[in-house]
Design a protein around this ligand. Structure first.
Ligand code: ATP
Ligand code: MG
Length: 368
């Protein structure tokens, strides 16, 4: 099988997409899409995965599918170049998950550090752990392999999922013969972009933690999030006090997003972030100035995204058609992989009638 360059990424439709998604994955996806270097780009709205911890609230998932597609289109995902599809409508993914479950032990699943953290966040340790949630890394391996993806652009929290997927591929190919493509994670080079913290300084900006700057937030909300909620340095009480830039969310966001051009445009006193940080550390630079600069940087990033969203929001019929066409393409694509998998596993009884000959031969031998 000739290896093509194929991307698979996705998001859970549990809310609108936020700045963490943007720096961790979306921005990269658009660059890769426009690089012309990839044969296929597939973007999966993982509604089945979202149900694993929202089974009692399917309305939330249904609502957020449109939010996620709108966010994709507004950051520059181009449906002519990328296939956007909905997970629950792809039956091959369910079948693959079922087969891969036989290749993974419960002990292995229990070791997944991201799942461990997420279990804690969701209170599953006390309430009891849904089997679906516990095993979602297996279904994620099905998503990736169903598209024969070799490249998976994700944030750092997804590295354990990729590791699990790679183990499944290795084991499957060892038992059933070379069938599945080995995937590789692609994480941002900029360290801060790999896991953007929340505005409250918590380890990860996450829909489930309510500490997000959403791509679709209007300027007024953005301003409130920055001025009201954003965690800086609690020891920096007076402007003249020396300040800490480490663990200071304003500087973390600047690390992830600002360029020297932003300084030339909005804060020409400094040539770059290093100079600004040095001043903050020495003392004499107030949080107000830093926050105002961050606001300008974010406005520059987010205002074109908002404008695109407003345009698409007026044309939901077209958005539906894009999603429906992408999903139809993905059904075909993933069914091909499932057929290949079933053939490798020798359970493709009804692919053609060749098994009749095999069975007849077997019975003939038994009679001899
Ligand atoms: P949920 O709380 O429902 O899990 P989430 O905010 O973690 O939502 P996901 O849909 O799980 O978002 O993640 C989608 C993609 O975005 C993944 O590739 C993930 O690594 C990346 N991502 C999510 N949050 C961040 C973040 N704070 N920094 C960098 N990347 C992120
Ligand atoms: Mg997540």
């Amino acid at each position: 099988m000739e290896q093509k360059n194929i991307i698979l990424t996705g998001d859970r439709p549990t809310g609108r997409l936020h700045l963490g998604h943007y720096v961790g994955s979306l921005k990269r996806r658009v660059e890769l899409q426009n690089s012309g270097k990839y044969d296929e780009i597939n973007i999966l709205i993982a509604d089945d995965q979202a149900l694993t911890d929202n089974a009692d609230n399917p309305g939330k998932i249904r609502e957020n599918i449109i939010n996620v597609v709108l966010d994709y289109l507004s950051v520059g995902i181009d449906p002519e170049k990328s296939t956007i599809c909905v997970q629950s409508a792809l039956p091959a993914l369910h079948a693959l998950t079922f087969y891969y479950m036989n290749l993974v032990t419960t002990a292995r699943l229990a070791r997944n550090p991201t799942v461990k953290t997420e279990m804690q966040m969701r209170g599953f340790a006390d309430e009891g752990l849904p089997v679906g949630f516990f095993s979602y890394p297996i279904s994620q391996a099905a998503d990736i392999t169903a598209f024969d993806a070799n490249v998976v652009p994700v944030g750092e929290d997804q590295l354990p999922m990729l590791e699990q997927a790679r183990e499944i591929v290795e084991k499957f190919n060892r038992i059933y013969g070379e069938t599945l493509v080995m995937p590789k994670a692609m994480i941002p080079e900029n360290e801060t972009q790999r896991r953007l913290p929340g505005v409250d300084g918590k380890a990860k900006m996450s829909k489930s933690l309510g500490n997000c700057i959403y791509l679709s937030d209007p300027s007024s909300v953005l301003k409130k999030q920055i001025n009201g909620k954003m965690y800086t340095d609690p020891l920096h009480l007076q402007i003249s006090d020396p300040g800490h830039t480490e663990g200071n969310v304003v500087f973390t966001y600047l690390d992830a997003l600002c360029t020297d051009a932003h300084f030339a445009e909005y804060l020409p006193e400094y040539a770059n972030l290093e100079e600004m940080k040095a001043h903050y550390r020495r003392g004499g630079l107030g949080d107000g100035t830093c926050k105002k600069f961050l606001f300008n940087v974010l406005e520059e990033t987010l205002s074109p995204i908002r404008a695109e969203r407003a345009r698409w929001e007026k044309d939901i019929g077209s958005v539906y058609d894009i999603l429906s066409a992408g999903t139809a393409r993905a059904v075909e694509r993933t069914n091909e992989t499932l057929a290949r998998v079933r053939c490798a596993m020798k359970i493709d009884y009804f692919a053609n009638r060749s098994i009749i000959g095999e069975w007849e031969e077997l019975l003939k031998k038994a009679r001899q």
